[in-house]
Design a protein. Structure first.
Length: 81
C-alpha cells in the first residue's frame, strides 16, 4: 500500500505501513474548529493528528472509540482523554 489512504467500508481510512494497515478517521477535511479544538473532519485534536502514527494500537483504538462521543452535542468540551 505504500502509505496511500484508501476508503474503508465504514468510512475510516486505512493507511498502509510496513507493519500492516493502520486505521485512521481522516476524511481529508482538515480544518480545526477554534472553539472545540477538534478537526471538523475527523474530530481529533492537533496533538492526536500529529502523533497518530507514533501512538500505540491501543491508544489509537481508544481515540477511535471516543469519536462517537465527540460527534454528540456537547461531546467536544471533554475531548482530551
Amino acid at each position: 500500500m505504500g502509505g496511500d489512504a484508501s476508503e474503508h467500508s465504514l468510512g475510516v481510512a486505512t493507511i498502509g505501513s510496513h507493519t500492516g494497515p493502520m486505521k485512521s478517521p481522516c476524511i481529508n477535511v482538515c480544518e480545526i474548529d477554534r472553539q472545540s479544538g477538534l478537526c471538523t473532519g475527523c474530530l481529533r485534536t492537533l496533538d492526536e493528528i500529529a502523533g497518530w502514527s507514533a501512538l500505540s494500537d491501543g491508544r489509537r483504538a481508544e481515540i477511535m472509540r471516543d469519536l462517537e462521543r465527540r460527534r454528540q452535542p456537547g461531546g467536544a468540551p471533554g475531548k482530551r482523554l
